[in-house]
Each structure stands twice: as C-alpha cells, then as structure tokens.
Design a protein around this ligand. Sequence first.
Ligand code: GTP
Length: 235
Amino acid sequence: MKPKYKRVIIKLSGEALAGSAGHGIDTPTVQAICSQIKEVFDLGVEIAIVVGGGNFWRGRSGEGMDKSTADYMGMLATCINALGLQDVLEEMEVPVRVQTAIEMKQIAEPYIRRKAVRHLEKRRVVIFACGTGNPFFTTDTTAALRAAEIDAEIILLAKSIDAVYDSDPLTNSEAIRYSELSYIDVLNQGLKVMDSTATSLCMDNHIPILVFGLNEPKNILRAIMGEKIGTIIQE
Ligand code: GTP
C-alpha cells in the first residue's frame, strides 16, 4: 500500500475538535482525529496542518465588533487548537512543531517557510497557527497559501459533511452531491466549500482540494491512498 501523496496539508476546522459539545476541545474527539493523522504519518507522508478557531471564537463583526479585532481573536483561538493538537499527537509519539504566523516566541516558533519544510523533511508534523497573521483572511486561505509555499500536493479539507452539495442536504433532500468540481464551478456557483480568496489561490497555484467528511474513522487514510471519497476540486 503506497500513499498517493508525499506532502499534504490537512485543514481542520476548529469545530471538528469540539465534538458534540459544539465548542471548546473535546479530548476523545481530538484523539480520534490524531490517531487518523498518526496512521498516515506512519506511512511516511509529510503532513502539515492548518487549524481553524471556530470552537472558541467566530468573527462577530455583524454584532458591532471591529472586524480586525474579531479576526485577531480568532487567530489566538487557532493557536489554542494548535497546542491542543500538538499535545495529543506527541502523546502518540508523533513529533510536532507548531509555527505561528504572529510571533509569540514563548509559546511556539514563528512561521519560517524554510524551517517548516525542513521540519517536514525531518519527519515532523508541522501545525500552522494564527492563520496568515492578517485579519480578513480565513484559515481556508491560510491552507491554500501554506500549501503553495511548502509545495503540498493537495489540501485535504476535512469537514463535518461528506462532500460538496449544491444546497444543504440536511434541509434539502434533493440536494445534488458532487464528486468532482472545477475551481471555476465553485466560484461561479458560489458553492460554500471555501471562500473565494482560498479557491482562487488554489486555482492560480494548481493545488487540488479534496473535501471529505471527518466522521468516517478511516477517511484521512482513504484520502491519502487516493480513494475516491468526497469531492475533488481541481482544474
Ligand atoms: P532542528 O533544527 O532540525 O534540530 O529542529 P528542532 O525543532 O528540533 O530544533 P530547535 O532547536 O529549533 O527546536 C527545539 C524545540 O524548541 C522544538 O520543540 C521547537 O518547536 C522549539 N522552538 C524552536 N524555536 C522556538 C521559538 O522561537 N519559540 C518557542 N516557543 N519554541 C521554539
């Protein structure tokens, strides 16, 4: 069994770490995700992770808060999640380095592209925290940017839903499920899989995105092995 990919970015939403509580970090949920990550790490795949922060904080610009301030708070939330993932992965004997886009040297290394690549080559999982370090950019955009920077072959976009649909399958039983889409389809149809900045960045840099459900226990492995799960977005 040979993995299809050598270097990947796994994008985890903050909510994925929260389990049924819907907020905060649920240790058994994080352990289940990390054991999936360990499984593919042990196959020799180089793994970088971008994690969101929505389990602690969602932008509140609509509620009168300054958008930049709300986004900076979200960046701090991603850092909490990165440290939580690091702790659980290291417990499983997976070496991890956290790099933050905003310097907080006492807590983690700053993001340095060449160092991140070196860590990957030395068989360490790298977790990118604090998004891009800029307000107005999502963690999906961070995944696209870091994938381009470190030459990742694909973004594995782990979701609570199993694929991309034309409408919400929970409220519309007729929703159409896509197994393949082009970047332009996503942009033109306004599909809510990634924001347009992230999608455009992937399109410009020819980085495929595989959207799949995290609730199936073997899905990260299946994705890495090249199985046809979820929705693939590419040219
Ligand atoms: P090599 O240079 O390949 O040996 O990498 P390394 O990460 O093992 O060595 P390094 O001495 O850079 O780091 C040792 C430990 O310190 C690792 O856990 C790093 O994540 C951590 N570390 C490195 N730089 C910083 C930093 O600026 N701040 C914090 N908080 N930790 C750091």
